[in-house]
Design a protein around this ligand. Sequence first.
Ligand code: FAD
Length: 436
Amino acid sequence: MWDEIWDVIVIGAGMAGIAAARELLRAQLSVVVLEARNRIGGRIWTLRDFCDEPVEAGAEFVHGRKSGIWPEIRRAGLDVRASAPILRSAFNLGGATRWLPWILVHPETWACAGMRRGIARNGPPDLSVREFIEKRGYRGRARILAEMTFLQHLPGGGNDVGVLGMVEDGVLDLQTRRNYRIVGGFDSLPRALADGLDIRLDCPVDAVFWDSEAVRLRLRNGRELEARAAISTLPVGVVRSGTVRFVPPLPQSKQWALAWVEMGPVLKLLLRFQEPFWPGWMEKLECGTGPINLYWSVFRGADGASPVLMAYCTGPRAAELSVVSEQEAAEIAIADLQRLFPKADPRRMLVTCRRIDWTRDPFAAGGYTFLRPGGLRARACLRAADTGMLFWAGAATEQQPIAEIVEAAYRSGLRAAAEVRAALERAGEPRSSARR
Ligand SMILES: Cc1cc2nc3c(=O)[nH]c(=O)nc-3n(C[C@H](O)[C@H](O)[C@H](O)COP(=O)(O)OP(=O)(O)OC[C@H]3O[C@@H](n4cnc5c(N)ncnc54)[C@H](O)[C@@H]3O)c2cc1C
């Protein structure tokens, strides 16, 4: 047993955990962060061995100019690069690939014109995306366009995702915000925030013993640590998998919430080519049919960077590419690109492919979450401070401004840190001189 008692232990060194730990350290509390992996950042993971520039295996974009993480990006002095405006998107609803304005010229898509207003007027009771589409009577291309609008980013099928939950989570706003990349890699941000923190890598937590006085944690290697309070930032998929034991078991309201907040599959295929074959104006290509939801141009060969396309899959499409080999997944993407760009020869141009499958990652157990039909307010139950001195953060616990993005994780960390400080103050003098 480690002879260690802390004011606060934070479980997980993703954005939520790092933001929380830094706040608590600033408040002069003794804090340690326990991280299962051999790196920090969690679902922010920058690859530096795929091509000559950093490429993102997890989170890639800062969403919008008003994101709450901008002050941190500026403070850390990180350079950013804006992605192209939405008009530089192409769509494929089956048949030929079209530039965004042209897709809307097709009469079959006109039925979708009032869709956003229809969503705002929907329910209660909540409907699944499929039920909503059927109620609106969308057929043909209108149906494909509606499914794309709802499910392009969310890792669930039409029957799994609730329309009201989607509105509560603010996910439709993702499509209207301008995106930005951190040039040196998204992981530069958690690294900057982590400066000065005591983070223990390769320390998977196995069991959490909680009550109203303190929290004791057991690591997979059998060691134990104790603290006056702890913050769990464990992803929902990990909590649901049962690989971390909670003693006593989590209360009913948390178990209810865990049943309604669904972690779904998300998978990225990074494709590096000798030369770009996609048009220079094309920033993004959204696909209503086929094995890939979305392609985007990471680099197009300018300034000496290798041409790299990202193939992004969520929900059922990600699940299908998860069960084949990496080589087969690459073949499937190449055949799809051949369909989308019939005059090009992507197979001949391909240099290398790498698959990042978040569902197979035991410390994520999925990409990110969405709300099942009827799951309204489940995220509030997830974040509720109803487990004694054990508190909750993580992107799944926050809906402002959009659930399950890096900004949500950051905000959740600040919120949980404030809850812990208040609880420690209520409990008596903080022991900043805890044994270490
Ligand atoms: C493919 C993909 C693309 C994305 N794109 C974007 C994007 O462009 N923009 C955006 O804003 N967001 C994006 N997101 C979402 C974003 O990455 C997450 O919302 C955010 O990073 C989650 O932060 P977190 O701290 O809540 O969780 P995590 O980052 O998952 O942190 C949790 C930490 O807990 C650790 N852990 C797990 N189990 C244990 C254990 N037993 N013991 C100790 N530690 C443990 C994990 O290793 C991890 O480090 C994307 C996500 C994915 C998967």
